[in-house]
Design a protein around this ligand. Structure first.
Ligand code: GDP
Length: 204
């Protein structure tokens, strides 16, 4: 019998940490550069086609979006970082909404940082990961679009990225939303991590 698809509902969009829903269940945030494949992966994780709109315009997602999965945890869709099209003011508003959420949210279990597997380590991704490590928030790496290149260069990009963020050793996933590889593994990680105790609160 095929595995039961997750029951998903869209809960809310919040412009900042102050208007997020009460922290009632474990949360897993997804973040990455615009166009990394975040909306597509989110739709697959939630098994719903049009849940997070696959955007044609980079940087169009402006809010923190909450999706409830199986009544067990939230997937939290954060705005993509590093898009050139947003104006300076917009960008700094967004950045403070994202950093406010990542710094302060008590129910944030893990942040999935999405990285384009085709590229060698990018400064903006490395800087973001270094910041997460600095604020001592748990994170994992998800290398996306693995169907677009051969295994050897993909493995090299991954290894180079991990070498660049040493001594941090986050859990690593590799996904293709086209071939649907790695998605089941990621889903299994989320549902098992959601059953674990919450990570300790951040120390000031
Ligand atoms: P977002 O801006 O990070 O939300 O990225 P999207 O999910 O909108 O995807 C950006 C583009 O990459 C779209 O054209 C997707 O169809 C494509 N895309 C997303 N994931 C994959 C993947 O795993 N493989 C391939 N080949 N294309 C993908």
């Amino acid at each position: 019998m095929p595995a039961k698809l997750p029951a998903t509902s869209f809960v809310t969009s919040s412009p900042d940490i102050g208007s997020c829903p009460p922290p009632s269940l474990p949360e897993f945030a997804l973040i990455g550069r615009s166009n990394v494949g975040k909306s597509t992966l989110l739709n697959l994780l939630a098994s719903q086609k049009a849940l997070a709109k696959v955007s044609a315009t980079p940087g169009r997602t402006r809010l923190i979006n909450f999706f409830l999965i199986n009544n067990a945890y939230f997937l939290v869709d954060l705005p993509g970082y590093g898009f050139a099209k947003a104006g300076k003011k917009d960008r700094s508003n967004l950045e403070s909404a994202i950093s406010g959420y990542l710094l302060e949210r008590p129910s944030l279990y893990n942040t999935l940082v999405l990285i384009d597997s085709r590229l060698p380590p990018q400064k903006i991704d490395l800087e973001f990961v270094a910041w997460l490590a600095e604020i001592a928030r748990p994170f994992s790496l998800v290398f996306t679009k693995t169907d677009k290149l051969n295994a050897a260069p993909a493995a090299k990009n991954r290894a180079d990225f991990l070498a660049a963020i040493a001594p941090n050793e986050p859990q690593v996933f590799a996904t293709s939303s086209v071939k649907k590889t790695g998605v089941g593994e990621l889903r299994a990680f989320l549902s098992s991590a959601a059953k674990a105790p919450a990570p300790p609160p951040r120390e000031e």
